[in-house]
Design a protein around this ligand. Sequence first.
Ligand SMILES: Cc1cc2nc3c(=O)[nH]c(=O)nc-3n(C[C@H](O)[C@H](O)[C@H](O)COP(=O)(O)O)c2cc1C
Length: 194
Amino acid sequence: MKHLDAHQIDEPFLLRILAPRPLAWVTTRDKLGAPNIAPFSAVMLIDSDPATLMLVVKRLSDGQRKSTARNILETGAFAINLPSPSELPALMRSASPGVRSADRFRSADVTLSPFEKIHVDRVADANCVLECQLVRHDLFADKADLFLGAILYAHAKHDGSDGPGAFIGALGYEWFVTSEGNVFVPQPYLASES
Ligand SMILES: Cc1cc2nc3c(=O)[nH]c(=O)nc-3n(C[C@H](O)[C@H](O)[C@H](O)COP(=O)(O)O)c2cc1C
């Protein structure tokens, strides 16, 4: 048993304890319309009436915003794409920082589908996609951007009503739980970046 004071509680501990978290591909567009995709696990349901979720995007170590955060602030829109377990390796390949969005899409081998309500493409094979419009933005200690999104439209292959659907949950860094079992995906850069 560990007993930790506040100053001993670090990010690896919290990510492994507060788990699983839904793992999503967040798709956005910049103000010129160029699409972007990146994986995020800091996604949480806030309420269902009106349907609202929270996404937290951390700053890079030099204090700059990640493209996802910049795009949401520019356009006010983002889509939460919940992948199927078979998409986990592609999702991990799409996390590399500083990679041009076009190369991300190529390396992840993702096909995009048109949106319904927001001007953001969605991942065609995702298990479920939630189209969100930004309703509130906050800063956390100059380290992260907190976005509340109103869920304007949902596309769902499985909604879980006849048993657990297809899902991926993040368990901290390289471990994931999926509807098909626990999976380890080595990703060396993660421990230092996120
Ligand atoms: C499994 C996984 C989960 C991640 N979760 C988050 C997260 O919750 N918040 C965050 O800021 N970055 C997270 N990242 C890191 C981003 O995906 C990474 O910084 C990416 O390069 C951001 O891309 P962008 O600059 O195009 O937005 C995660 C990466 C992986 C692989």
